[in-house]
Design a protein around this ligand. Structure first.
Ligand SMILES: C[S@@+](CC[C@H](N)C(=O)[O-])C[C@H]1O[C@@H](n2cnc3c(N)ncnc32)[C@H](O)[C@@H]1O
Length: 280
């Protein structure tokens, strides 16, 4: 086996120096250190590629590195609910549940919760889904979801790979009546594979619901998604609606929402609910 040793000390030194230089406004210096970090470990668990994109030093990546998302949420798993819900006012799972109630949809035979986190969406939908499945990249966060005792099945894995590849042990390929991805698109740039994967996994007339952070200022010819100053992806709504149409969905809801507070300011986003056409 060919194993390449990663110099953790050199990586930490370069990363910490990069952060200090970025804070001090030395963007050239920060870029130099972040590039050293990437060279030491291209799987990028520190997420410096996203930092470089936020600084405009590299083109917008297609998604966040899986190693970065897993590390980030492993590190924050124990404080996730306290920070996100209590301090930042995050309530997208409840907004989605309420919208579904208003539309008179459900109960659902099966719900797939992509990027399930600690299980807030599972809890919100426990009363209207017979079979709940959760998937998340972070093993530690899946442990918290497990403790909620609302999921029938939980998997540690990447959401798009799950949609494209998951099979039961006996070789059956499960499909779902509802797929949710609350506050997961900010970790995906290009949403094409997510939308096409959801279309392929849904039952006829199934629903796909997700939240986004909104990119409003890019203009007609601007990019479809960008990495914002807070190192999360923001998407244009018209880009997402076009993707949904392309993959056979009808958009039922695309409501402006406040995703959470950031430095006391509301972060604007959209709550989207789309239905797959029976013929798709
Ligand atoms: C902000 S949290 C939201 C969690 C949950 N959906 C909720 O609404 O409370 C984002 C979650 O998505 C997961 N995630 C991000 N990108 C992912 C991907 N590509 N595949 C699987 N999980 C992902 C993260 O690990 C994290 O737990």
């Amino acid at each position: 086996m060919n194993v390449t040793e990663i110099d953790d000390d050199a990586l930490a030194d370069a990363y910490n120096l990069g952060l200090d230089l970025e804070k001090a406004g030395d963007i050239e210096g920060a870029e130099r250190e972040y590039r050293k970090v990437l060279a030491l470990d291209p799987s990028d668990p520190a997420g410096v590629g996203i930092r470089l994109a936020a600084l405009g030093r590299v083109p917008t990546p297609e998604k966040m590195p899986d190693a970065y998302v897993a590390t980030l949420f492993d590190q924050h798993a124990d404080v996730f609910d306290d920070i996100l819900v209590e301090q930042l006012g995050y309530c997208v799972p409840l907004l989605l549940r309420e919208k579904i109630r208003q539309l008179g949809l459900g109960p659902f035979e099966s719900l797939l919760d992509l990027g399930c986190g600690t299980g807030l969406t599972g809890v919100a939908f426990a009363d209207c889904a017979d079979q709940l499945t959760g998937v998340d990249l972070s093993e530690k966060i899946v442990e918290h979801a497990f403790d909620r005792e609302v999921y029938d099945d939980l998997y540690v894995g990447e959401a798009v790979a799950f949609l494209q590849e998951f099979e039961e042990d006996d070789g059956t390929v499960p499909s779902y009546s509802f797929i949710a991805a609350t506050d997961v698109f900010p970790y995906l740039g290009d949403a094409g594979a997510m939308v096409s994967g959801a279309a392929a996994r849904l039952n006829p007339n199934g629903y796909f619901a997700f939240s986004t952070e909104s990119l409003t200022a890019s203009g007609e010819a601007g990019p479809s998604f960008v990495v914002g100053a807070k190192k999360r992806f923001a998407h244009r709504l018209d880009y997402l609606e076009q993707l949904l149409r392309t993959h056979g969905f009808k958009t039922l809801v695309a409501d402006p929402i406040t995703v959470r507070l950031e430095d006391g300011e509301p972060v604007p986003g959209h709550l989207v609910i789309a239905q797959l056409s029976a013929a798709a």
